[in-house]
Design a protein around this ligand. Structure first.
Ligand code: GDP
Length: 333
């Protein structure tokens, strides 16, 4: 693709051009200052085209069957005339530079579909930074005409909460197992779920999976529902044998209809936009602070003093913050 102006790139993305979308995503994920400024302009130009998708988070521990499930689900979504984009948040890529999600070839069949778009997790940076970029990538995918956006996340650490904060629906994939399994899952994650699926209900594991389904249903009765309009479904499925996936797709469609009608998606998005605003302020302030010349000149010695116990962290933080003048905040990036 030849060099395009931001306006041309925005027009190409909103006409559904996949290469333009990929380029827009690269721009949004770049940490270069000039790219960042262009990305902000691009997002502003595309804002009126975004927002139209159902955003679905799909979470589960590594190996539970997320990519197998999404591959199968994607087939139904496409058969129903939808366009599906799959994005990933992978905390391991931010910590180690490596990645749990990205190392293998994933969703090969879906990746070949014209009506599907698969993008691995941006690596590097803070998890908060990755989340901010993923939010922007969702908007780009919507502007390019994708009306189902799946945010896949590995069920470790804080990435589930982050994925829940940028989506309309949270789908939790679990492995079959008895009560012990239930103990191991953090209550907080169950509370996020709008749909719980016990995968791998095949090859003799059907009974165990069904037992787990009953246990999760019981456990859910003790948890306050996220919505007055939606009862959290729990079901067994086999992504590998394509059992229960069509039903899950149906649940997703029902959710979209019901939650749109009652206005809850709009309410959730309003709250999400507000926390995005504050997260963005924190992210940008933090970056400007860390890259500020006066702060950088003192940072190492203050940090060393804190680490050796010679300076209390609170005093040190204030000392560095005092070096960061309001005028500095107005500088770009
Ligand atoms: P992810 O790490 O959560 O994305 O998991 P994958 O989709 O890569 O699946 C991990 C392994 O579990 C692969 O070997 C899959 O073939 C297998 N798997 C996925 N879904 C099922 C299922 O429904 N039943 C069985 N028996 N195996 C499955």
């Amino acid at each position: 693709m030849a060099a395009l102006s931001t306006e041309e790139l925005a027009a190409a993305i909103s006409s559904g051009n996949r290469r333009a979308l990929a380029r827009g995503i690269t721009l949004v994920e770049s940490s270069r200052e000039d790219h960042r400024n262009q990305a902000i302009d691009l997002l502003e130009l595309l804002a009126k085209h975004a927002g139209g998708a159902l955003r679905v988070a799909i979470s589960g521990t590594p190996g539970v069957g997320k990519s197998t499930f999404i591959e199968s689900l994607g087939k139904y979504a496409i058969a129903d005339g939808n366009k599906i984009a799959v994005l990933a948040i992978d905390p391991s890529s931010t910590l180690s530079g490596g990645s749990i999600l990205g190392d293998k070839t994933r969703m090969e069949i879906l990746a070949r579909e014209q009506r599907a778009f698969i993008r691995p997790s941006p690596s590097g940076g803070t998890l908060g930074g990755v989340a901010a970029r993923t939010r922007e990538v969702i908007l780009l995918c919507e502007a390019a005409g994708f009306n189902i956006v799946v945010v896949e996340t590995v069920g470790v650490g804080q990435s589930e909460t982050m994925a829940a904060q940028m989506t309309d629906m949270f789908l939790l994939l679990l492995a079959p197992g008895g009560g012990d399994e239930l103990q191991g899952i953090k209550r907080g994650i169950i509370e996020l779920a709008d749909l719980i699926l016990v995968n791998k209900a095949d090859g003799g594991l059907e009974d165990i999976a069904n037992k787990a389904v009953s246990e999760y249903r019981l456990a859910l009765q003790l948890i306050r529902s996220r919505s007055d309009h939606w009862d959290v479904g729990v079901a067994a499925c086999s992504a590998l044998c394509d059992r229960g996936v069509a039903e899950s797709w149906q649940q997703i469609c029902d959710y979209r209809r019901i939650m749109k009608e009652c206005g809850e998606i709009e309410i959730r998005r309003g709250a999400q936009a507000k926390s995005w605003l504050y997260a963005e302020i924190n992210e940008v302030l933090g970056r400007r602070f860390r890259t500020n010349e006066k702060v950088r000149a003192e940072f190492q010695s203050v940090e060393a003093a804190v680490m050796s116990g010679n300076l209390p962290p609170t005093t040190a933080a204030l000392r560095l913050l005092d070096l960061f003048q309001p005028d500095d905040i107005n500088k770009k990036l």
